[in-house]
Structures are given as structure tokens and as C-alpha cells.
Design a protein around this ligand. Structure first.
Ligand code: 5AD
Ligand code: SF4
Length: 478
């Protein structure tokens, strides 16, 4: 029998790329590829790229340079594919700029990878004739991407991302997503549920529903009508084995009453909401074409907190959008101070080719952007530290995910996605434990499992208390 070919996939950027990387791996597993941990011994290297900011896109080219150098030094030939949003946005330009690339494949064509690889192989070392596939095909790639095997699910651990919606119709003036990922499309409810059932049977306990505009979800249901995200969350939470549900990333305009009520009514929906606001200035929000003002954001925060008082918020911010004045920026700091975030991502505005904001005249100098991002991050860091500190002494259910750094330790996640280190046997991975938080540091929390008790996630959505003996003594039933 011939040796299996080795595949190395490196993902940049958002969680959708993590999900896509898994689906590409599943597709190529059928072709006899096995995953490897480093690019060094790989026959095929896929860089799954991000185009959202200039820095993210440039990383691809430096990585391609590194790969080419390593290949030359080792005197070996690997196939190199560029996937993801840079592939979609730049297409054949990539092959012109980085000659080591054999194949460029956009996110809507991953189901075609086997045939594209075969075409690239047929061209052999004639790299000038690299293959480029960046169409938005009519067929739905999800119908052709194979599901992960039980072994692949088990290897990936008890949490999983599931793409439920892709693309965006909002056209914020700074953002490339509507161009790279295309128009907003939702997957049918039944197909998502099938995927979640399979994941749960393989040991997954927490599912994060992902989409560039996930709360605009409107997938077709069994009656031919459209199910919204609240309905999808409810159905996913009912899948036996699923204990926790999250969704990301959302737009304030699509936080409807039903979704807010879901935060009140569904204990499996984690009390942690990532809701990008980008700016606290109404003038800048309008220039960004966000189609809402700061008052709407405050209103949502208030309503979600009223529905579920233990909800914590995270968000995305952009500083230095063209024309942003000191007063506008002060409004962003003021919004942050008023809401109080458990965590957040903040970025300097990065002009992206083809987006309306990139051609605005009032681009801000780098030093202004830098000063603002430092001020904003200092405030967000203080809020995060205060939130973490307030967790000391609190009791949470922690989903135990993987071994810790030292023997006898496991690392799990709190409802707020904080890493929590506990002492527990490795057989407890994939269960929930009731934990009292004892220590707080910048990177993680540490806690004690109360009474040595763990929870499995059966039956449907509700946690069942099980004794430690059951875990230590025998494998948990799936
Ligand atoms: N410049 C800086 N940040 C951006 N983001 C999206 N486009 C840009 C850009 N051109 C940020 C937004 C978005 C997150 C995923 O990336 O905050 O929510
Ligand atoms: Fe980009 Fe705006 Fe769509 Fe989010 S909502 S993906 S920021 S265009």
C-alpha cells in the first residue's frame, strides 16, 4: 500500500476559517490525506487566509516566503494552496506575487479541492500555470463537503463550530466581507441539525453557531418557511448531548425580540454575547453605514441584561476610521465605560481595497490611530481585569476540554469563555464540572471542583449529575 499523503492546514483570521479548515481536512481525508502538525513533512500545505485587515493579508505573503525558503533548503517539492478570503479577493495576483503557489481556491469552492489538486498535479512543476478557482458556484458547497469521521470529531474535542450562515449584505463601508464571502446565505435548519447530531454522537458538548451575520439567520425549515436564529438555537439545544450553545458574530440591527427572549428562556444558551459595535459615535456609525446609533446598542444591552442578568458582553471596535475626531473617539470611550465589557477586540482602521471607506479623503495618520488604540485597549483591559476579578469565589459550570500543563490538571471553559484550570482526571474531558473560582490571573482562572462532581450532558440539553466514580471507572456513554 502507498504511504498516506500528509496535509498541513494553517488557518488565519476568524472562526469560520477554523471550521472551513476542518471541512477541507475532512474532504481530503477521503482522498487519503492525513493531517500533520508541521509544514515540514507535508505533501500539501494549505494556507487558509484572512483579508479583513492589511496586516492579516500580509501574513500570508510572509508565510509563503518562509515556506518557499524551507522548500529550497530541504530540496523538496510540496504542493502549496492558498484558500480563504485573500484567495477570493486577489485570485491570480497571488500566483504572480508568490511563485511557490500551485493553487488558489476561494471559500465557495472547497468541495472541488480533490479535482483542483489533481489538475495542479497534472501541471507538475510548471508553476506559472497555477490553478485559480474563485467562482461563486451555483451549487451549495455544503451539500458536497463530507462530514467528519467519528475519529476526527473525537480528536477535535468537546467543542465545535458549525457554520450556519455565510456572507453579508450589510456593506459596512470599511469591510471586505460582502465581497470576499458574498451575499448572505443561510443553511437549511435540518442540515445543521444533522451535523449537530453527528457531532454530539461523537462527543461534542458545546456548539458555537457561526456566521458573518449569524443573527440574520433565516434557514429554510421543514414546513418550507424560514427559521430564525432563536428557533435554531432552541432546536440545537434539544439535541441529546448538547449542553451549551453559543453564536457569533452578530449585528445589532438583527438582535430581535425572539432572540433576546431566547437568552432568558434557554439555559443552554451561554450568557455571553459578542456584539460588535465598532464605534460609540453616531456620526462615525453613520459613516460606517452601520445603520444604527449608539442608543440602539445601549437599548439591546439593557434588554439582554433584563432577560438574563448574568450576561456579559464582548465587542469589536475600530479606531481611526476616516474623519474620526477626538470627540468621536471620546464617544467610543464613553460607550465602553457605560456598557462595561468582559472582553473585546479592537483594531486600527485599515483601508481595504474596493471598500467605500478606503477612498475617503480624511484618512487619519498612523500616530493618531496608535494613540487611540492604546487608550481604548487600556480601558478594555481594565474592564476585562475587573470582570475576571469579580469571578473570584463564584461558582460556574466548566466544560472540561483538554489536559492542562501539569499532570492531573485539565483546562475547561467558563460560560464566559475564560480558561479555567482544575484538578481532574483526564477521563473527565468532555464533561461539565461545578467549579468554584479560586485564582485569577491575566490568562486564566483556576478553581476547585465542588464535591468531585461532574455532569454529563444527557438527556437532551439538561445536565445530569453523575458521580466521579462513573468517570474514573469507565468511559462515559456518548
Ligand atoms: N479595518 C479595521 N478593522 C476592521 N474590521 C473589519 N474591517 C476592518 C477594517 N477595514 C474589524 C471589525 C469587525 C472585525 C471582524 O474586524 O471590528 O467586526
Ligand atoms: Fe462586515 Fe459589516 Fe457585514 Fe460585519 S456586518 S461582515 S462588519 S459588512
Amino acid at each position: 500500500m502507498s504511504e498516506p499523503r500528509k496535509l498541513y492546514v494553517r488557518s488565519f483570521g476568524c472562526q469560520m476559517n477554523v471550521y472551513d479548515a476542518q471541512r477541507m481536512t475532512d474532504t481530503l481525508a477521503r482522498e487519503g490525506y492525513v493531517e500533520t502538525e508541521t509544514p515540514d513533512d507535508a505533501d500539501l500545505v494549505i494556507l487558509n487566509t484572512c483579508h479583513i485587515r492589511e496586516k492579516a493579508a500580509e501574513k500570508v505573503y510572509s508565510e509563503l516566503g518562509r515556506l518557499k525558503k524551507a522548500q529550497e533548503e530541504a530540496g523538496r517539492r510540496q504542493m502549496i494552496a492558498v484558500a480563504g478570503c485573500v484567495a477570493q479577493a486577489e485570485g491570480a495576483e497571488i500566483i504572480k506575487r508568490a511563485r511557490a503557489v500551485d493553487l488558489v481556491v476561494g471559500p465557495q469552492s472547497y468541495h472541488k479541492l480533490p479535482e483542483l489538486i489533481a489538475q495542479a498535479e497534472a501541471r507538475g512543476s510548471n508553476r506559472r500555470a497555477g490553478i485559480v478557482e474563485t467562482e461563486f458556484p451555483l451549487e451549495d458547497k455544503f451539500d458536497f463537503l463530507p462530514a467528519p469521521t467519528p475519529a476526527a470529531i473525537a480528536r477535535r474535542g468537546p467543542t465545535a463550530f458549525v457554520t450556519v450562515q455565510e456572507g453579508c449584505d450589510k456593506f459596512c463601508t470599511f469591510c471586505v466581507v460582502p465581497y470576499t464571502r458574498g451575499a448572505e446565505v443561510s443553511r437549511p435548519l435540518a442540515k445543521i441539525l444533522d451535523e449537530v447530531i453527528r457531532l454530539a454522537e461523537g462527543g461534542v458538548r458545546e456548539v458555537t453557531l457561526i456566521g458573518q451575520n449569524v443573527n440574520a439567520y433565516h434557514g429554510i425549515d421543514s414546513t418550507g418557511g424560514a427559521a430564525n436564529l432563536a428557533e435554531l438555537v432552541r432546536r440545537v439545544a434539544q439535541v441529546p448531548g448538547i449542553a451549551r450553545v453559543r453564536y457569533t458574530t452578530s449585528h445589532p440591527r438583527d438582535m430581535d425580540d425572539e432572540l433576546i427572549a431566547a437568552h432568558r428562556d434557554m439555559p443552554a444558551l451561554m450568557p455571553y454575547l459578542h456584539l460588535p459595535v465598532q464605534s460609540g459615535s453616531n456620526r462615525i456609525l453613520a459613516a460606517m453605514n452601520r445603520r444604527h446609533d449608539r442608543e440602539l446598542f445601549f437599548d439591546i444591552v439593557e434588554r439582554v441584561r433584563a432577560a438574563r442578568p448574568d450576561t456579559a458582553f464582548s465587542s469589536d471596535f475600530i479606531v481611526g476610521f476616516p474623519g474620526e475626531t477626538d470627540e468621536d473617539f471620546a464617544d467610543t470611550l464613553d460607550l465602553v465605560a457605560k456598557v462595561g465589557f468582559a472582553s473585546a477586540f479592537s483594531f486600527k482602521y485599515s483601508p481595504r481595497p474596493g471598500t467605500p471607506a478606503a477612498s475617503l479623503e480624511a484618512q487619519l495618520p498612523e500616530d493618531v490611530k496608535s494613540a487611540r488604540i492604546h487608550a481604548l485597549q487600556a480601558l478594555l483591559d481594565r474592564q476585562k481585569a475587573a470582570f475576571d476579578e469579580a469571578c473570584r469565589g463564584k461558582r460556574f459550570d466548566i466544560l472540561l476540554e483538554k489536559p492542562g500543563r501539569f499532570p492531573g490538571q485539565l483546562i475547561g471553559r467558563s460560560p464566559y469563555l475564560q480558561s479555567v484550570v482544575v484538578e481532574a482526571p483526564k477521563e473527565a474531558i468532555g464533561t461539565l464540572a461545578r467549579v468554584e473560582i479560586r485564582e485569577v490571573s491575566t490568562k486564566s482562572l483556576a478553581g476547585d471542583i465542588l464535591d468531585g462532581e461532574f455532569f454529563s450532558a444527557r438527556p437532551a440539553g439538561e445536565s445530569r449529575l453523575i458521580g466521579q466514580d462513573e468517570i474514573v471507572g469507565e468511559k462515559l456513554e456518548a
